[in-house]
Design a binder for this molecule. Structure first.
Ligand code: 13P
Length: 250
């Protein structure tokens, strides 16, 4: 039995006042339930958000992290900094980091290993582009992103990894993968885990779907056997929508 997960990726949205008001609305409506909930605000609001959500049952996540621990890396944030402000988790491999900031599978793999070594859980994102789906190479692409991005990860490490399949063509576009398309890919991913790392890891690893999840489509997506929750972008910026999605996962 896998505990469902719903994670809010605020991306580069909100100022401090708006972030505080979104968090208070979330806290007002949130009932600690069977679903694990993560809030990933921009770096500058991590500490503030943590002060409010501490003890609520919701957990703090960061949207990125540098693989290096400290030093001359202007503009970057390390694992110990994240831990010091209460982040239990970090999102790595997001398609926006891959596509707009040149992060390669090898680079992401270094970050994954650094986060795990520091005791930070990873939400590992991957997913195909539209052209790859159209050319029917989406399974190969996903398999290769998993193999490279998670190279060297042990069976034990998988206890601290949540996978997030986010087809790039469905992110922020309003076009969601159909529950059938998402389930088909999630079943493929679970089968891949079974053959690569064994049945226990395959059965226990949570695989989230991300890409235009909304209150209206969440329940159908989450009812599929291999979809264990969602990574939510746009709809996580409105408390009512995000809470409705959390409730759909419970
Ligand atoms: P949207 O929910 O806005 O499509 O974003 C999904 C996503 O990229 C979450 O990480």
């Amino acid at each position: 039995m896998r505990t469902p997960v719903v994670a809010a990726n605020w991306k580069m949205n909100k100022d401090l006042t708006e972030a505080k008001s979104l968090v208070s609305e979330l806290l007002a409506g949130y009932q600690d339930a069977a679903t694990e909930v993560y809030i990933a605000p921009p770096f500058v609001f991590l500490n503030e958000v943590n002060q409010h959500i501490k003890g609520s049952g919701m957990q703090l996540a960061a949207q990125n992290m540098n693989a290096v621990e400290s030093g001359a890396h202007t503009g970057e944030i390390s694992s110990s900094m994240l831990k010091s402000v209460g982040a239990s988790t970090v999102i790595l491999g997001h398609s926006e980091r891959r596509d707009s900031y040149g992060e390669t599978d090898a680079h992401i793999n270094e970050k994954v290993k650094a986060a795990l070594a520091a005791g930070i859980q990873v939400i590992f994102c991957f997913g195909e582009q539209l052209a790859e789906r159209k050319s029917n190479t989406h399974f190969e692409v996903v398999q290769s992103q998993l193999a490279s991005g998670l190279a060297g990860v042990t069976t034990e490490d998988y206890k601290h990894i949540i996978l997030a399949y986010e087809p790039v063509w469905a992110i922020g576009t309003g076009e969601t993968a159909s529950p059938e398309q998402a389930q088909e890919m999630h079943a493929f991913i679970r089968e891949y885990l079974r053959s690569e790392v064994g049945a226990d890891v395959a059965d226990q690893t949570r695989i989230l779907y991300g890409g235009s999840v909304k209150p209206g489509n969440a329940a159908d997506l989450f009812s599929r056997p291999d979809i264990d929750g969602g990574l939510i972008g746009g709809a996580s910026l409105q408390a009512a929508d995000f809470l409705a999605i959390v409730n759909a996962a419970s």
